[in-house]
Design a protein around this ligand. Sequence first.
Ligand SMILES: Cc1cc2nc3c(=O)[nH]c(=O)nc-3n(C[C@H](O)[C@H](O)[C@H](O)COP(=O)(O)OP(=O)(O)OC[C@H]3O[C@@H](n4cnc5c(N)ncnc54)[C@H](O)[C@@H]3O)c2cc1C
Length: 318
Amino acid sequence: MKNSCIIIGAGLSGLVAAHELVKNNWEVLVLDKGRGVGGRLATRRAAEAKFDHGAQYFSTKTPDFQSFAENLIQKQIAKEWQLQEGSANFRHARLIGIQGMSSIAKFLAEGLSIKLSEKVIHIEETNNGFSVKTEAGNSFEAKAIICTAPAPQAIELMTNSHLNFPEIAQLQQIKYHPCIAVMANLKEASNIPQPGGIAFENGPIAWIADNYQKGISPAYAITLHASPAFSSAHFDDDLMEVGKNLLKEVENLIPSDSIDSYQVHRWRYSLAYERLDENYLRAFTESPLIFAGDGFGIGSIEGAYLSGKSAAQDLIKT
Ligand SMILES: Cc1cc2nc3c(=O)[nH]c(=O)nc-3n(C[C@H](O)[C@H](O)[C@H](O)COP(=O)(O)OP(=O)(O)OC[C@H]3O[C@@H](n4cnc5c(N)ncnc54)[C@H](O)[C@@H]3O)c2cc1C
């Protein structure tokens, strides 16, 4: 009988783990609570406009991730975004999804067995692995689980499942910044200088990007990310009011009469600023239960990739 694994989360780490397992002849099912794949590799449409409202770009530090990135470039899924010093403090090449960041996840999802709108709410150990229940009322079984949900959500799932193993204390060390993201449809071009991305070191805004200049949106569209401090302080405020105030802060770049409409998204978990050093965490359950994602190793997109891959390799080895 084939080895089988349920992967919780169709973000980058889950998709990469799935590929690694499938390549090694495992039977894999990926479950995600969202309506699309990608998790925080997120791209949204509003009228003619398209916004990357989660991750904005990635760079490569390790040879392994570099060859993954080169493959994306070769397949015309990703390209370089020429952010230069001067417009912001960028030392390395920054890469983006040509059709938006979520297109990287869509590319990886091809050929995998993925079920969306399936929020895992309960996990039970069985004689032969695990049985997983979802909010939609479905059950799935597998010999192993890789859980890539952000650590606080993974802890909540384990607690609700009465899987109270000591490794949970380690997961509790992982911490994420929140992020309030504003997406504005513009009637005309913004005043953001080329190539369309500015990182701010101080103040309520951390980042602003012109999705039109970035090349992902056919219409004028900007994404603005509030700083971690501002996002924490205003996370539960009226979002449209928060969006209006943030847009006012950048009136020189986006004159208010150029704004056609805007929407606001709240990310409870954006960047993992406290992470575990290792690339994944294995629980000492009878059957393999592994935690992976950007809360491990170097974090961010590259960290998520390395974490998903090494979690799967650990499973294959054992
Ligand atoms: C606003 C913002 C800006 C960012 N900017 C950058 C950037 O510029 N560069 C960079 O490198 N990184 C950036 N990041 C971080 C980057 O997006 C993440 O590090 C990376 O995408 C994490 O991938 P992951 O697979 O670990 O997690 P995720 O993408 O979060 O995937 C986890 C998945 O698990 C699913 N899930 C959770 N719980 C359950 C459950 N119970 N049942 C089923 N499914 C579940 C979720 O729906 C999600 O799809 C940013 C993130 C945000 C939010």
